[in-house]
Design a protein around this ligand. Structure first.
Ligand code: AP5
Length: 212
């Protein structure tokens, strides 16, 4: 099962990817998490992308494609993978197809921009393992602490309201067109993201014909 999770920033891709990893026993490849890890490590890649990510713009396609192609080669992807946050442009989608990296389903998590803004203001993330929470909707067991690894939770720099506006504009300008791209391939599934996490998860599993 090779799966793409599409959707606006804050639609719930990362939250659903975390559940699907356990349910389908395949890894999630989150370019956002990989890039944040590179920034935290102070690597060359991290230095190159910091300003772009903090401002809500897209990282150049060639850097993303190198990152993803390398990750997909690893042993743990041999039974499938979940792409979270990639592809994000037509160039990235076409390059994955050209490289023979095919997908079975592209699931778009649908949600209005107005709901996204409140979600982003309450988001807290674990800088160590990438787990995502919401102070009201999906709180950690202990306030401010990651359930998975015990690290202190942080607010993402790109969750500032003006940056969220920018990211939504970038999504509508460059990424939303991918729904049409995958619809033409007969791979697109639309799932309502404006409902409780478990209900969205149930609908994603149904859309991809998974029995769990
Ligand atoms: P990335 O990390 O991919 O961010 P994003 O796509 O903007 O998505 P988010 O992580 O913000 O949201 P999400 O959909 O995963 O939602 P989440 O589950 O966290 O990318 C960041 C940056 O990296 C980009 O701006 C770009 O610069 C760069 N980048 C990454 N990939 C790239 C690429 N391929 N090409 C170029 N540049 C790239 O949920 C959000 C909040 O809502 C959380 O608090 C969560 O707890 C809560 N929540 C989730 N589901 C529900 C629900 N059903 N009900 C209530 N609350 C919910």
């Amino acid at each position: 099962m090779n799966l793409i999770l599409l959707g606006a920033p804050g639609a719930g891709k990362g939250t659903q990817a975390e559940l699907l990893v356990k349910q389908l026993s395949i890894p999630a490849i989150s370019t956002g998490n990989m890039l944040r890890e590179a920034m935290a490590n102070g690597s060359e890649l991290g230095k190159k992308v910091k300003q772009i990510m903090d401002s809500g713009m897209l990282v150049p396609d060639d850097l993303i494609l190198a990152l993803v192609s390398d990750r997909i080669q690893r042993e743990d992807c041999k039974n499938g993978f979940i792409l979270d946050g990639v592809p994000r442009t037509l160039t990235q989608a076409a390059a994955l197809d050209a490289a023979g990296i095919s997908v079975d389903y592209a699931v778009s998590i649908e949600i209005d921009d107005s709901v996204i803004e409140s979600r982003m203001s309450g988001r807290r993330v674990c800088p160590k393992c990438g787990a995502s929470y919401h102070v009201v909707n999906i709180p950690p067991k202990t306030e401010g602490i990651c359930d998975c690894c015990g690290s202190e939770l942080k607010v993402r720099v790109d969750d500032l309201p003006e940056t969220v506006h920018k990211r939504l504009a970038v999504y509508h300008a460059s990424t939303e067109v991918l729904k049409e791209y995958y619809a033409k391939q007969g791979k697109l599934c639309l799932v309502n993201g404006d409902q409780p996490v478990g209900d969205t998860n149930r609908d994603v599993l149904k859309a991809i014909g998974a029995k769990v």
